[in-house]
Ligand binder design. Structure first.
Ligand SMILES: [Mg+2]
Length: 294
């Protein structure tokens, strides 16, 4: 197996089963690699308070924290740590308040279109940084597992059809982009069968920020990097899951792995492994062994 100098990975459904699950096993595997000087980048749609107990840095030494980074909230936050182990921003894209308001307008406009034209009701979560979550499956609650599971994709497509909306998830992404244009915004939209997320950034912005600010200055090439997630799956024609946004013009020479458990089509650049969190933690352990052998 290849020895990687940098590992990018999703959190929910890849590194931990869910937000409430114990993080000890994951943190243990991470510590060993960080001590060997392997860069770890958590790339997640969630915020820092939802990672572990909200102060996961306390579980690592300051020396280990030099190699640990968090790209969170769909491109909005790019965090690293200073020499004293304090959370610092590596890059801030500087999204203005006016832009955030426009994103809110776009979301409400999408809601209006679906409600007026199809009698389809949505719910909107406005309090996210630089993006909005539109709940397109208000009747189903995900409880603690905040990731794609089971028959969700079929359910949402059926539900949309029942209301006379035949464009599927690809149609919703298109609607989001067109609505954005109306408001003068270049919208980046993702869809996971429960939430249509609308903003001006996504995971690609996290990945590119860390390549520019951490990997390039440290002379690490993409061939020495890998990218792990559980949602690369094609949800609708041409629409792939949120982890596929880690594949960018800058990152494309890296190795991509999917541990998701939902069957379906994945992009050709991804190696499908399945097996969920266990597969990923095994990989981390194997990497630690390789690094200890030297
Ligand atoms: Mg996930």
């Amino acid at each position: 197996m290849k020895k990687y100098k940098a590992i990018f990975f999703d959190w929910d459904g890849t590194a931990v089963v869910n937000r409430k699950a114990p993080v000890e096993k994951t943190v243990d595997a991470m510590r060993k690699l960080l001590s060997s000087g392997v860069y770890l980048f958590v790339i997640s749609g969630t915020t820092y308070s939802n990672i572990g107990d909200g102060n996961i840095e306390k579980r690592f030494t300051n020396e280990q924290l030099k190699f640990l980074f968090f790209g969170l909230a769909r491109g909005s936050h790019n965090f690293g740590f200073d020499n004293n182990g304090r959370l610092v921003t590596i890059e801030d894209y500087g999204i203005e308040r006016d832009t955030v308001l426009k994103i809110h307008d776009v979301a409400y406009d999408i809601h209006r279109t679906l409600f007026l034209d199809y009698g389809y009701n949505t719910d909107i979560v406005f309090d996210r940084p630089n993006y909005v979550k539109i709940d397109i499956m208000t009747a189903s609650s995900r409880m603690t597992n905040m990731y794609l599971s089971g028959n969700e994709i079929d359910d949402i497509k059926k539900n949309l059809k029942k209301h006379g909306y035949n464009e599927g998830l690809a149609g919703l992404i298109k609607l989001a982009k067109e609505t954005g244009q109306k408001h003068g915004l270049n919208i980046k939209a993702t869809c996971d069968a429960k939430y249509l997320e609308v903003g001006v950034l996504d995971k690609s912005d996290n990945v590119d920020a860390f390549i520019r600010h951490v990997l390039v200055p440290n002379g690490i090439s993409m061939k020495e990097c890998c990218f792990w997630g559980d949602e690369y799956l094609e949800l609708d024609s041409g629409i792939t899951g949120s982890d596929s946004f880690m594949y960018t013009e800058m990152s494309k020479d890296g190795d991509f792995f999917d541990v998701g458990t939902v069957p379906g089509i994945r992009p050709e650049y991804v190696e499908y492994l399945g097996g969920s969190v266990d597969t990923f933690l095994h990989f981390l352990d194997d990497q630690s062994k390789l690094w200890c052998e030297k």
